[in-house]
Design a protein around this ligand. Structure first.
Ligand code: R5P
Length: 282
């Protein structure tokens, strides 16, 4: 077995190769003058784990090229982050089901797929090869434990993220709740935990994705108004588009943590160990 990766997933791939004790194949990546991607892999053995988070369209194309370049090996795909997974329904006529289009494209040339905290597990059904999802809830929990917070409240920003927040909370034996949104007027919205008071307590808001940071920035501001002691944010996939990280820190959030499914300076949690375990199971 060997591991190979796209440019955007080099750190995770190197950690995964180390976990598995297998070589990391070198790849030359470049561009043609018109912007088209080019790549060339080093020698491969009989089984290749391709690691590539789809953070943007470039990563998607590189991943498709890699699968084709590795066609003489048995390829397994690790998709740590899957952009387009949030368009998992057709909301109006004429729209694509983008998650399905991407899943179908990425099924080509691989024998199975492993995703990490995919936004909607229903998306797994769109791959035409066996696909399964793993969760970093325990790893995010272990990261929160290193903060040594006194009686923290783990908070999901909405009901959709509650199951993940509950798993994170369970790993540390912490209390958990989710935010409820109340519309006060046409322009005013209040967000507060459904059951638990945050007064005087440290709070960690956890979500699968931080994209613009808007959800968490709004929530953090409201939690401070309600007397929260310190507010932290943790997610699996740190997309941080449009200055999101700076926006969050400017809100007074004490720390923002994510995993290396998307490689960021604040990727303090690694998915490598869980992925290695999942790969060994099949
Ligand atoms: C949405 O369903 C996701 O779970 C996240 O809550 C969302 O992507 C966060 O987006 P943003 O950071 O742009 O508020």
């Amino acid at each position: 077995m060997n591991v190979i990766c796209t440019e955007q997933s080099q750190v995770l791939a190197a950690r995964l190769a180390k976990e598995l004790g297998v070589p990391l194949v070198q790849v030359t990546y470049s561009r043609f003058p018109d912007g088209e991607h080019y790549l060339c892999t080093g020698p491969l053995d009989g089984e290749t784990v391709i690691v590539g988070g789809v953070g943007d369209n470039n990563a998607l194309v590189q991943l498709m090229l890699l699968a084709d370049a590795c066609r003489d090996s048995r390829c397994r795909l690790v998709l740590p982050y899957m952009a387009y997974a949030r368009q998992d329904k057709q909301f109006k006529p004429g729209e694509p089901l983008s998650a399905r289009a991407v899943a179908r494209a990425l099924s080509t040339g691989v024998s199975d797929v492993i995703t990490v905290n995919i936004h909607d597990p229903g998306v797994l059904d769109h791959f035409s090869v066996p696909a399964r999802n793993i969760s970093l809830s325990d790893d995010i929990g272990a990261c929160i434990a290193t903060l040594a917070l006194d009686n923290p409240l783990i908070l999901a920003p909405d009901e959709g993220a509650f199951a993940f927040a509950r798993d994170v909370a369970a790993s540390g034996g912490w209390e958990c709740d989710h935010l409820d949104k109340t519309r006060l007027s046409g322009v005013e919205v209040r967000m507060a935990p459904k059951k638990v008071s945050v007064a005087g307590r440290p709070v960690v808001i956890v979500d699968d994705i931080i994209s613009t940071g808007g959800t968490i920035a709004t929530a953090a501001g409201m939690l401070y108004q309600q007397g929260a002691k310190d507010v932290y944010a943790a997610c699996v996939h740190g997309v941080f588009t449009g200055g999101a990280y700076a926006r969050l820190m400017a809100t007074g959030i004490r720390g923002v943590f994510c995993s290396d499914t998307i490689e960021r300076a604040c990727s303090t949690v690694s998915a490598a160990h869980r992925i290695a375990t999942a790969l060994r199971q099949r």
